[in-house]
Write a protein that binds this ligand. Structure first.
Ligand code: FE2
Length: 243
């Protein structure tokens, strides 16, 4: 029997998933990718279940919504954690590949998965991997801003995420079609961009020709998220480089 309670939430404007993982015995919890627009919902859940949020984690500096993690830090005294390469200096923890965080008796492991952005990280916890925008269900995040690189994304997925056991459940930061989870085995087989038969060169061609419009909230979201979601929107060096 699992010692972890797991909850998945959805924010409709940016189609973002927020995840809460709870160590059942201590009620210590971790929140991944909270969204400011729905942070009160997350906080109600946290209060009702009397959870002690020890970490508010971000898979990357999001460009499509303002993070709720700053508010969680303020209200729950959680530690704010994000990938080290983000240069988000208001964070409590700048996370690096292989780093392990403890919540109660449970562990969550950081996997550096650059590509969608240079600082993207994924989190692995007891048979589940939280992939941010690196690996989506039957897709992947764009690689055309925030120091994105299709070559790096391909490598991150193929060498790191696809080295996890096939039955590992995949929980992305977004889904636009109502799907809630996949598995590593299913993505190896059916991801149209990253399945095992896809060559790196062909993947890069696809990514370089997506020609997507910028996310609607990008101009607000990136400076706010670089300031941990609670800043005055002033750009930092890292953020100026990212836009
Ligand atoms: Fe993203």
């Amino acid at each position: 029997m699992s010692h972890i309670d797991f909850y998945q939430f959805f924010e409709t404007l940016s189609s973002t998933y927020t995840y809460i993982l709870v160590d059942k015995s201590s009620k210590d919890a971790v929140v991944i990718d909270s969204v400011m627009a729905t942070v009160e919902r997350d906080l109600s859940w946290i209060q009702e279940l009397e959870l002690n949020v020890v970490y508010a984690l971000e898979t990357h500096v999001h460009a499509d919504h303002i993070t709720g993690s700053g508010e969680l830090r303020r209200r729950c005294a959680a530690k704010y954690g994000i990938g080290a390469a983000s240069g988000v200096d208001c964070a409590d923890l700048l996370l690096t590949d292989g780093q392990v965080l403890n919540f109660g008796a449970q562990k969550i492991k950081v996997i550096a998965t650059p590509g969608h952005t240079e600082a993207c990280i994924s989190f692995y916890c007891e048979g589940r991997v939280f992939t941010g925008d690196t690996l989506l269900i039957r897709g992947c995040g764009r690689t055309d801003f925030q120091e994105g690189s299709p070559q790096k994304l391909f490598k991150s997925v193929r060498t790191k995420l696809f080295s996890l056991p096939d039955e590992t459940e995949v929980y992305p930061a977004h889904d636009y079609k109502g799907r809630t989870r996949s598995t590593i085995g299913l993505e190896k087989q059916h991801n149209p961009r990253l399945h095992l038969g896809m060559a790196e060169e062909d993947f890069c061609k696809i990514m370089d020709n997506l020609k997507l419009p910028d996310p609607q909230q990008m101009e607000t979201a990136v400076p706010m998220n670089t300031a941990c979601g609670l800043g005055d929107g002033k750009a930092t060096k890292t953020e100026q480089k990212s836009v």
